[in-house]
Design a protein around this ligand. Structure first.
Ligand code: AMP
Ligand code: MG
Length: 351
C-alpha cells in the first residue's frame, strides 16, 4: 500500500500552493488522480516511461491499452506530434478544451509505454481548471486514463475515487462531481472520413457539424463482429459492477411490464434486483432499488457511472436497465451500459 496524499480542492477557488505540491509528485515520476469534466483521471508524466508504467500497475490495466495524453495549451501538442491535419485543427479550435480526444502519429519522445506500443498518440485538452492547472504547474503533458480499477465503472464523484484508489496512487485531488460524466469521444481524423473509435462526451452530431460525415468503428457496436476495435481498450469488458447488468431493449410502460415481472420472480428466489430508468419512467417501476438517470441524455451521462457503483453499495445482485435512444450523448451512455452488461440484452416480445 502506498501512502496517498488526499486533498479536497475547490475548482472555483484553487489553492495554488497545494496544486504545486501535486505537480511536484507528477514531475518526480509519481501518480496523481485529479478531476476532469468527463471522469476522474489517474495521471502521470506522459513522457516518462516508468511513470506511465505506474498507471498500468495502479489500475491493473492491460499494457496494450493506450493512455490518453492531456495537455493544457496548444503549444504542448508540439511535444507529442508533428503532423496535425486540417480537420484536426478545426475540431481543436471548436471543441478544446472539451471532451474530445484526437489521434495523431506520435513523436519519438512519446514512450511506447504511454501509447500501448502504438505509433499513434491520443491527445485531449480537458475543460477543468484543476486538470489544466495541474498540467501547467507540472510543465509536462499528463497521461491519464479513467481512475478506476481496470474493468470497473469509472469514478465521477469524489467519494467513489477515494474508495477505489486510496493506497494505489501517490496523490488524489478531490474536486467534486464531473460535469459531463462519461469519458471523451475518441476520434481519428487522419483519413478521408473521420472515424469515432469510442463514443463519449461530445456527440457525433456535433462533430459532423464541423467536419462533415463521420463513421463509427463498427467493431464497437456488438461483441461478435469478429473485427478488432481500432481503439484497443474497446475490446475489454468494462464498466462492470459486481451486480449482473441486463439492458432491456426499450423503455417506458412496455419495458416496465417485462422488468417488473423479472424483479418479482427474482425476489421469490431471494435475488435483490435494481432498476435503472429515466426519471420520466420511474413511476412505472416497483423494484426495491430504483436509480434514476435523470430527464435527458446529458443527465444520464452525468449519472450512469455513479448509479452502477451505487448498485453494488446497495447490495443489488441483478440490475435491469432501460435503453436510451442512441442520439447525442445517448450513444455514449448506451455504449457504457451495454458494455457493463457484457452485451446481455433482454428483448421485448410482442404478446
Ligand atoms: P481511458 O483512458 O480509460 O479513457 O481509455 C482510453 C481509450 O482511448 C481506450 O479505449 C484506448 O484504447 C483509446 N486510445 C488511446 N490511445 C489510442 C491510440 N493511440 N489509438 C487508438 N485508441 C487509443
Ligand atoms: Mg477507462
Amino acid at each position: 500500500m502506498k501512502k496517498t496524499l488526499i486533498s479536497k480542492m475547490d475548482p472555483e477557488n484553487i489553492d495554488i500552493e497545494l496544486l504545486k505540491k501535486y505537480a511536484g509528485i507528477i514531475r518526480d515520476g509519481g501518480t496523481v488522480i485529479f478531476p476532469t469534466e468527463t471522469v476522474y483521471g489517474l495521471g502521470a508524466n506522459a513522457l516518462d516511461e516508468q511513470a506511465a508504467e505506474k498507471i498500468y500497475r495502479a489500475k491493473g490495466r492491460p499494457s496494450d491499452n493506450p493512455l490518453i495524453v492531456h495537455i493544457c495549451d496548444i503549444a504542448q501538442l508540439d511535444m507529442l506530434t508533428d503532423s496535425v491535419g486540417e480537420k484536426a485543427r478545426l475540431v481543436m479550435e471548436r471543441f478544446w478544451p472539451g471532451p474530445v480526444t484526437l489521434i495523431f502519429s506520435k513523436k519519438k519522445t512519446v514512450p511506447y509505454a504511454t501509447t500501448g506500443g502504438l505509433d499513434t498518440v491520443a491527445v485531449r485538452m480537458p475543460a477543468h481548471p484543476i486538470a489544466l492547472g495541474l498540467i501547467r504547474e507540472s510543465g509536462v503533458p499528463i497521461a491519464a486514463p479513467s481512475a478506476n480499477i481496470s474493468g470497473r465503472p469509472s469514478p465521477t464523484r469524489g467519494e467513489h475515487v477515494a474508495e477505489q484508489m486510496d493506497g494505489r496512487v501517490d496523490g488524489i485531488i478531490l474536486g467534486g462531481d464531473c460535469k459531463v460524466g462519461v469519458e471523451s469521444t475518441v476520434i481519428d481524423l487522419r483519413g478521408d472520413v473521420p472515424v469515432i473509435l469510442r463514443p463519449g462526451g461530445l456527440s457525433s452530431e456535433e462533430l459532423e457539424a464541423v467536419v462533415g460525415r463521420v463513421e463509427t468503428d463498427p467493431a464497437i457496436k456488438s461483441a461478435d463482429t469478429g473485427a478488432a476495435p481500432l481503439a484497443p481498450g474497446m475490446k475489454y469488458t468494462h464498466y462492470s459492477p459486481d451486480a449482473q447488468v441486463y439492458v432491456v431493449k426499450g423503455s417506458g410502460e412496455e419495458a416496465a411490464r417485462i422488468i417488473n415481472r423479472l424483479v418479482e420472480d427474482n425476489a421469490k428466489k431471494g435475488i435483490v434486483c435494481g432498476v435503472i430508468c429515466t426519471s420520466q419512467n420511474s413511476k412505472y417501476y416497483d423494484a426495491p432499488v430504483k436509480l434514476e438517470l435523470g430527464y435527458d441524455s446529458a443527465d444520464a451521462a452525468r449519472n450512469i457511472f455513479s448509479i452502477l457503483i451505487e448498485m453494488d453499495k446497495r447490495g443489488v445482485h441483478v440490475v435491469y436497465s432501460e435503453s436510451l435512444e442512441e442520439k447525442g450523448l445517448g450513444a455514449a451512455v448506451m455504449n457504457r451500459l451495454v458494455k457493463s452488461a457484457g452485451y446481455r440484452f433482454i428483448e421485448i416480445q410482442e404478446d
